[in-house]
Every structure is written in structure tokens, then in C-alpha cells.
Design a protein around this ligand. Sequence first.
Ligand code: 4AD
Ligand code: MG
Length: 446
Amino acid sequence: IADIKGGPDEGLNRVGQTVVVMGWVRTLRVQSSVTFLEVNDGSSLSNMQCVMNSDAEGYDQVESGLIATSASIWVQGTLVASQGSKQKVELKVEKVVVVGKSDPSYPIQKKRVSREFLRTKAHLRPRTNTFGAVARVRNALAYATHKFFQENGFVWISSPIITASDCEGAGEQFCVTTLIPSSREAADSPVDAIPNTKNGLIDWSQDFFGKPAFLTVSGQLNAETYATALSDVYTFGPTFRAENSNTSRHLAEFWMIEPELAFADLDDDMACATAYLQYVDVAEKDFVQLTYTDAIGLLLKAKKKFEFPVKWGCDLQSEHERYITEEAFKGCPVIIRDYPKEIKAFYMRQNDDGKTVAAMDMLVPRVGELIGGSQREERLDYLENRLDELKLSKESYWWYLDLRRYGSVPHAGFGLGFERLVQFATGIENIRDAIPFPRAPGSAEF
Ligand code: 4AD
Ligand code: MG
């Protein structure tokens, strides 16, 4: 259908040709002398209007009710100029075959249905125009993301999903549990190495074969190891956060794009993020830039009453972020830099003032924080001190510290939440509608 209607004259140049369309019935209008079917074949959002008289082969399937909304059909006919105003061409049906009938209980009827309802039908919602469109925008953004980084010499790195380290140090991790059928395990293991057995399954008690392991919150630390060998790299994959938050901007499983630039500082990092957003067409102008200290000043001067009080050192809440991008800067994207070290992760590079770190967050209207990034602490002594101050174990970060021991370089990177980008690009209100199968508290059914 996209091929026919996307061509010159929206298909008029192909009038007279015999074509076959295979797709799903979107709507069906039965009139006394003629039946109209809107068929979508998945090639685009555009439907083919199929016009059928009672002499068409297979017409009895209309009469018997076999051709119904969401049935899959094979239809052959001749392209003719359409009398209707919605399309230039339509298909005069010669033969129709129902490939798979659709039960009358099909839950998505023609009238508008709410996004909340469609979330309970995540297996059928891609058949709606909205979710068909979001899936295509998501695909285009993923393709543009790889294109941008590949054209700029970055190497794509697959970071692991199972890991022992907590990159953000926030403890918002899902544990990995090993459950193996005990019969299989018993054959290979010494008896005393086998932990609890329950219901015929060996339960390693929230361990990965006896050692603690989690689902990754970020691929950054792994990306840093490759950046200090291959120079500029990026990851693009699923990440997980065990935050029990029911907001329109948080998911328990989301995709993150994490570039890591070698021989780079915070300015290079912000320039890369800006160029990326301009390349994928979600931003035109350069972003407004201000320091965290100036942002606090702005919020303190605001006439608006905030739920969370503002003072230097506080973490910015979404109400603060929204005020800054939507009201103070009138819908312009904003970069805030140089945050207090107490509210940021251990790996961020300390600024000369001893109080702030070379961190940056990019905020956009409606969505809030789209990107979080920083220059990394490349000085071994500073990093070790910071781990000590935060009572984090130097032993477990031994390999990360090695990068500072053997040829350390200034480097920087950022993480962009892919669903927030889809949200921003499409205008879809809830992040759960920006990913095919959202994972949030209480939703892992599909
Ligand atoms: O600010 P965050 O936590 O930064 C990091 O994870 C760094 N390690 C990134 C880096 O420097 N390589 O997360 C980065 C971005 C956020 O700005 C946000 O867009 C998104 O990830 N994000 C979430 N998106 C959906 N649901 C959640 N629960 C998210 N948490 C973070
Ligand atoms: Mg952040």
C-alpha cells in the first residue's frame, strides 16, 4: 500500500493495474449494493479502500460475517480512480480470501479508546494508528542514533545486562536469582555445593551461581573501559531501575544510549549531546546553559510555590525542572551543569571549587531530564578518596580503578533515556506508551 500510494500521483499512475493486498481489516461498511473495506497491510499508516460488489469472488464471506474488523485477508483487484476525497485510488475487488478470521470479541472497536485501556491490550495496541506511528518513530530514532554515532567514528559496544556493579550507587537494582532444575544440577555438582532445593528447583538465594549479581542500571562503566582503548564508543541497550515510582516518566526497564568520549571534557560532552539531538531532529537551536548555582538562584526568585523547598545542595525535582524549561526559558531546552558532588554519582570529576562536579543534565519541556552526563574522574587519588568518602568498596571497583592506573585520560559521556526521547519526539504523554511492552510496578504481563 505504501508502495502504491506513496508513489507519484498517490497511485493514479497505476490505475488499471491488478494488485494483491494482504493485510488486516480496519473497518467494514456494508451497504445494500456495495461493501467498503479499509485494509491496512502494515507498510504505512495508510489504508487501501477496497470496494466490493456482490459479484466479487468470496463475497459470501461478507454475508456470513467472516470478514470482520481485524480479520486478516488476501484481496485481489484492479486499481481505479476513487470518487472519495480521502484517497486518489481504491481497489475494485475481484477476489477476497479470509486468511484468519477475527472473533467478534475483538476488544479494540472503532470508537476512540483510552491509552489506559490499550495498555491492558499491549498485544493488540500496535494495530491502532497511534501505536503504529509511535513504533515507527521509535524505529526511525534508533536508526538515526546508530547513523549519527557511526558517521562520527564511534564504535558500538554491547554492555552486559547482568553485572555485579552498581554504576549509579543508588541501590536501585534488581537482583538476579538462579533457579535450576535440581536433577540437572545434581549430576554436575558436588553434593555440598548445592544450596536449598525447593519444588525440585535449586534456589541460589538471589545469587548468580552463588555470587551477588544484578540487572545493570547503566552500561557506562563498561563503556569507559572500551573508550580508554578504542577512543569514542557508545552503548545502546536495555537498562533497569528498581524504582517503585508510578510516574509518566519512569520505567523499570528502559533503553539507554550512552556515548563515552576519550580525550574529552564536559564542554565536548555537551557539544556531542547537542549535535546528536539536532541530528535526530528533536532540537534546532543550541540549548540554554546555566550552572546549578544559577538555576537555584532562579528558582529562589520564582514567584511560583514549589512542593519541595529549594536550597543550594538540594536535588532538582521534576517541578523545578519543568519550571526552568517551561516557564523561565519559555519552552527552550536547558543544560544545567556543575552540580553539588553530594547529589551526584561517585565517578564524576571534581571541580576546582571542591564542592561541585563536572556534571550536566539536559532538560526539555514536558519530559524534564532527557540526558544525564559528566566528565569522569580520571585522577586515581581523587577517585579513591571519593570511594572512601562514600564508603564504597575499592576492592569491588578494582577493574574500574585500573583504568586510572594504566594510561588514564580525561574522558566524558552521557546517558540518554530512549523512551524519554520517543516521548519528546512524539508528544505522547506517558512513557509507558513509548515502549512496546512497558515494565513498571505491576506490569510485566505481556
Ligand atoms: O541520569 P542517569 O541515572 O545517568 C546514568 O545512568 C549515567 N550512568 C549515564 C552516563 O553518563 N553514561 O540516567 C540517564 C538518563 C536520564 O537522563 C533519563 O533520560 C533516563 O536515563 N532514565 C530513565 N528513563 C526512564 N525510566 C527511568 N526510570 C529512568 N532513569 C533514568
Ligand atoms: Mg540523572
